[in-house]
Design a binder for this molecule. Sequence first.
Ligand code: KG4
Ligand code: ZN
Length: 356
Amino acid sequence: MLVLGIETSCDETGIALYESRDKRLLAHALHSQVAMHEAYGGVVPELASRDHLQRVLPLLEEVMREAQREKAALDVIAYTRGPGLAGALLVGTGIAFGLAFALGRPLIGIHHLEGHLLSPLLSEDPPPFPFVALLVSGGHTQLMHVAGVGHYALLGETLDDAAGEAFDKTAKLLGLGYPGGPALAQLAESGQPSGLALPRPMLHSGNLDFSFSGLKTAVLTQVRNADPKILSDQVRANIAAAFQEAIVEVLVAKSFAALQQTGLKRLVVAGGVGANRRLRQALIERGRTRGVRTYFPELQWCTDNGAMIALAGALRIEAGIERPEPATGFSIQPRWDLAAVGQADPAVRSEMPSEP
Ligand code: KG4
Ligand code: ZN
């Protein structure tokens, strides 16, 4: 089955071609809008939609050329149906339906987070099911129990800011550009985290939920208190390092508590913050002492891309969870609960053990 994947939920246009028969990604292409949004300090939804519109078809041609396939050979078109920016989603969805209609092929609408969740399966050494997934993106922070394709149970999630959002907002406070996560992580490399006492929100909350907005406020206080008026590079680097340590410590502790609660020994990290080096290192180190193996998608699959959407489409169809639909009228789901696409196992959510 030859599956085309189209991702346009936020600020990256991603197109990919996946052959499910031999589990192979034939080609993929990506355009990041980061440079365009940088001037505004964040994603401007209308600009995002317009840019997707200009990029999707040229990227599609590029992917077909690279894979040396004709569009007529496509079996299914998978597209991101939500969650995301409504206008941006409409572009990918509209093009997916147009193509499907013209080619007489069916479509499958994919939940963006399911794409992230399954993206580690694109690697050469994919994690076997079941596993615990730590989903850390710009919009979401969730711990999920993943029993198989389409079998997801939410173990815990953020009550306010997502981890990536906290990175981005804190980076802004430190005068770094957009997106702030990678810039903050880089600044943190030259900083000393130990001098600053930042909170570890909800570390001992007794459940697997997160909260990161207080951490951002604590950084704001540090920035305000800093003297002289203009923060020295070293002070900024120290704040960045302390912030990163705080957020990493909470993510690691809750991930291992989730593993203990479920009795699983495999952890999968997905989403943009999964690219963070310090987080990767801390998870691997803790895993070594607990007999846990941590799987990371390759860096190129950590952030948004079309490959994870094509893969999720192929896996959902193969698993018999969903049949692709013919191209008739379409809708998008800018707000969409991931639990709605899986079959939650009610036995999974129980109380967190007191000693993570
Ligand atoms: O998964 P993603 O590409 O998009 C969403 O679906 O949200 O995640 C983007 C988020 C942004 O908040 C970005 O700042 C963060 O991931 N991010 C990082 C790093 N690379 C990307 N955060 C911390 N450290 C990084 N190295
Ligand atoms: Zn994403």
